[in-house]
Design a protein around this ligand. Structure first.
Ligand SMILES: [Zn+2]
Length: 382
């Protein structure tokens, strides 16, 4: 039996999400706990950390990993406000969208130095296909790269502090300790940094990807890290974090949203930088029975910007639609560089579909409508 949080819409099938006796999820509890947080104190703590790293010689004093999204634009705006001199680093997304590129240009024009690291696209396509097949995550290389690449660059250029945005374990629900962490270290990365049990060493040993192709995906060794003394913080632990507010702030500085609501989601202002995102979100739905629409609706419900009923209606309408397109690019076009057909793709989807969550017929075939959309089993409570 799957139940939903009585306050938001997150389901009990979400990994690392827990419910209290009243049926409220840990993501909501963490959010409701916010007024008890002394934000002035947190802000003072942040300023103290920034002071420790601030350089008097004019060199970069922090590094911001920037995708070009609303949150990274907001992070840059904040660090400039605090008078920091950031080096911004983009680990290129797996299938960079036109809009994503424009938003990176916009971010640079806030007035920062910027470095882009683009791992070998031929290897990456191979990894996209392999990781989709093996762990059901087409964006595995990207999820790993957004952690490894900033650390590597920070080590290399001797920039002591990396500024990340939100601790995803916090608002989206996660183990208590991970949610409260304000420092990201190797352990956090290994546990929550998107590896999904597939380690970089597995790629060379089990899947025979030459080691020389995996440099961008290797986390610096503990030795390298302690030598260069790189630390990372989540800005969301020090400032009240709200994706929608961040969007408004970014938008005032030229950040561009998509021209319509994004396929399978609610709103037009996030996850705009990678055409593969729709596939990624769809696999989350296949595995856990909820997609991006649930996440976004839950954020809005917690903040009173949407009623739970309205959220539920939107989720039923949009969540987990078969990803025929994303940001206007067709599935066929998105799969082509991976040398994968739509039929191949459907076969992988079926393999990763959680049959405890989705209905099958008497022969055990998944029940789908004419557009390939699955049907949830009846024991799914709303
Ligand atoms: Zn909740």
């Amino acid at each position: 039996m799957i139940r939903l949080c009585v306050n938001c819409l997150l389901p009990s099938s979400k990994p690392d999400l827990y419910f209290d006796e009243e049926g409220v999820c840990t993501a909501c509890t963490a959010y409701f706990d916010r007024p008890n947080i002394d934000w002035d104190k947190r802000r003072a703590e942040l300023l103290k950390i920034l002071e420790t790293y601030r350089r008097s010689d004019g060199y970069w004093d922090c590094l911001i990993g920037v995708s070009g999204g609303k949150d990274s634009t907001f992070q840059v705006i904040k660090m400039l406000e605090f008078g920091m001199n950031p080096l911004c680093v983009t680990a290129t997304t797996c299938d960079e969208s036109e809009l994503g590129r424009k938003n990176i240009e916009n971010l640079k024009n806030l007035g920062v130095d910027h470095l882009q690291v683009s791992p070998n696209p031929l290897v990456r396509r191979k990894l996209n296909r392999l990781c989709l097949n093996e762990v059901g995550d087409i964006q595995w290389p990207e999820h790993v790269g957004i952690f490894t690449i900033p650390f590597k660059v920070a080590s290399q250029y001797e920039v002591g502090l990396i500024i990340y945005g939100e601790n995803p374990q916090n608002e989206f629900g996660g183990p208590d300790l991970a949610a409260k962490a304000n420092v990201m270290d190797r352990r956090w990365m290994e546990e929550f940094g998107g590896l999904l049990g597939l380690r970089v060493s597995d790629l060379s040993e089990t899947y025979k990807i030459p080691k020389k192709n995996l440099v961008p995906y290797e986390y610096p060794t503990l030795d390298e890290l302690s030598k260069s003394r790189v630390s990372a913080i989540f800005l969301g632990q020090f400032l009240p974090w709200d994706g929608f507010e961040n969007y408004k702030c970014a938008s005032d500085s030229g950040f561009l949203p998509y021209s319509a609501d994004i396929e399978g989601s609610i709103g037009n202002y996030e996850n705009l930088d990678n055409y593969q995102q729709g596939i990624h979100d769809y696999f989350k739905y296949l595995k856990f029975g909820f997609g991006r629409a649930t996440d976004i609706a839950s954020l809005h419900i917690r903040r009173g910007r949407m009623t739970r009923d309205e959220g539920l209606r939107l989720v039923r309408e949009r969540d987990g639609r078969f990803p025929w397109s994303y940001l206007g690019k067709t599935l066929e076009q998105i799969l082509k560089p991976l040398e994968m057909s739509v039929d191949d793709f459907v076969a992988v989807c079926d393999r990763f579909t959680n049959r405890e969550l989705f209905a099958s017929d008497l022969e055990g075939n998944l029940i789908k409508d004419e557009n390939g959309n699955l049907q949830k089993r009846k024991d799914w409570l709303a």
